[in-house]
Design a protein. Structure first.
Length: 396
């Protein structure tokens, strides 16, 4: 190592790779619990402005709102979800989950990625955090007492612990031990309808995959954020349609509960799969999408990641607010044990919904069984409450 490189090397207790909502939340939670801000580094490939301009819609559970409130990143511009209507298009069976059952102001919220990142980046708790962007980690070397990071701009960073919070899309990530390709493509857009139902989210299961419409009245003239999961051949056809033909296809798949679909934004798409349970190391831990990439059915990815951040921050900060004595392997082992149940439950639920509800074979028997499943969930209140509790709060 050259003298010049030695002069460029900085040292921190915790380096977080990925300054998205999960990485930013972890940094804020650590500082709030007493970790010195200048002992935390955030590394991201995008500029702050690029992140702020990201128009993607994200679904936040009520439990995620509580986490954001704790660090001062709430309220933000968001549309509340009061009801979630789950059904199978043109078949018997549905369930309706309502906020009144849980005595909550909302089941969840829909906002834009850029809106959330802007709120998190402006937190006073992050004022002293070392923010390294736009820059990438080009190489990392794990040692007994820490991790040495080579950054793409030539700088070196040494940290006692590396947190991977940069997820990426399925198919463009390193393979983890639990992997499944759902052979589906997610098409996302913002759409308008002629008869929107205020604060009601819809999850429709079709022969191609789930179709979600999330209420989003954010001043851009939209009624809903659309996430439409279909097989690759169907995705190619839908993406090639003009707006009018695409809206007609959407109406055919969804039905007439919201009147006519009258307008759509530009459409984007991404492959869908499960990639979870990364290999554990002594000084590196993955959280959020970097730890588990899920199918978007039920919108659990970001919410599970925020719970990861909450638990990790709690374990890394001692009672007096400094880095605890077990910042290395012991703390990461405790983290894995603490997150095992919540992660396993959420992964299993979304995987089952994606594979059975979303990808069931055609035929009268399979359609009937799917309808009965939804009907039973609706009729058996304990089952509905357990499902909703896990989706809204998980375990943290």
């Amino acid at each position: 190592m050259s003298k010049r490189t030695d002069q460029q090397q900085a040292e921190v207790d915790i380096a977080i790779c990925g300054a998205g909502p999960v990485g930013l939340s972890l940094a804020a939670l650590l500082v709030k619990r007493g970790v010195a801000a200048d002992n935390v580094a955030l590394i991201d490939a995008k500029t702050v402005e690029q992140a702020r301009q990201d128009p993607r819609s994200i679904a936040l559970s009520y439990g995620s709102r509580q986490i954001l409130q704790e660090i001062g990143a709430w309220p933000i511009a968001a549309t509340a979800i009061h009801q979630i209507h789950v059904s199978r298009r043109a078949h018997f069976g549905r369930t309706l989950i309502q906020r009144e059952e849980f005595q909550l102001p909302a089941l969840g919220y829909v906002t834009r990625y850029g809106t959330l990142v802007t709120a998190l980046a402006a937190l006073p708790a992050l004022a002293g955090v070392r923010l390294l962007r736009p820059v990438q980690v080009s190489a990392s070397t794990e040692q007994d007492d820490g991790v040495e990071l080579q950054l793409s701009d030539g700088r070196m960073l040494r940290s006692k612990l590396l947190v991977q919070a940069e997820g990426g899309l399925f198919g463009a990530q390193d393979d983890k031990s639990l992997q499944r390709d759902y052979q589906q493509i997610g098409i996302v857009a913002h759409v308008q309808s002629s008869a929107p139902v205020a604060h009601r989210a819809f999850e429709r299961f079709t022969d191609q995959g789930p179709l979600a419409l999330l209420p989003q009245d954010d001043g851009h003239g939209n009624n809903y954020a659309l996430v439409w999961c279909v097989r690759p051949a169907m995705a190619s056809e839908l993406l090639a349609l003009d707006d009018a033909a695409f809206l007609a296809a959407l109406a055919q798949a969804f039905g007439g509960r919201l009147g006519r679909f009258t307008k759509t934004s530009a459409r984007n798409s991404f492959p869908l799969g499960l990639n979870a349970r990364p290999a554990a190391t002594a000084r590196t831990v993955a959280i959020g999408n970097a730890a588990q990439t899920l199918h978007p059915v039920a919108g659990q990815g970001l919410n599970l990641g925020l719970r990861d951040a909450t638990v990790l921050a709690r374990l890394l900060a001692s009672e007096v607010g400094s880095i605890g004595p077990n910042i290395g392997p012991d703390a990461l082992h405790q983290f894995a044990l603490a997150r095992k149940t919540d992660r396993s439950l959420t992964i299993h639920l979304t995987d089952v919904m994606a594979r059975i509800f979303a990808s069931a074979p055609d035929g009268a028997l399979s359609q009937t069984l799917l309808g009965l499943s939804l009907g039973l969930v609706d009729m058996v209140k304990p089952a509905r409450r357990l499902l909703a509790q896990q989706m809204m709060f998980g375990r943290r």
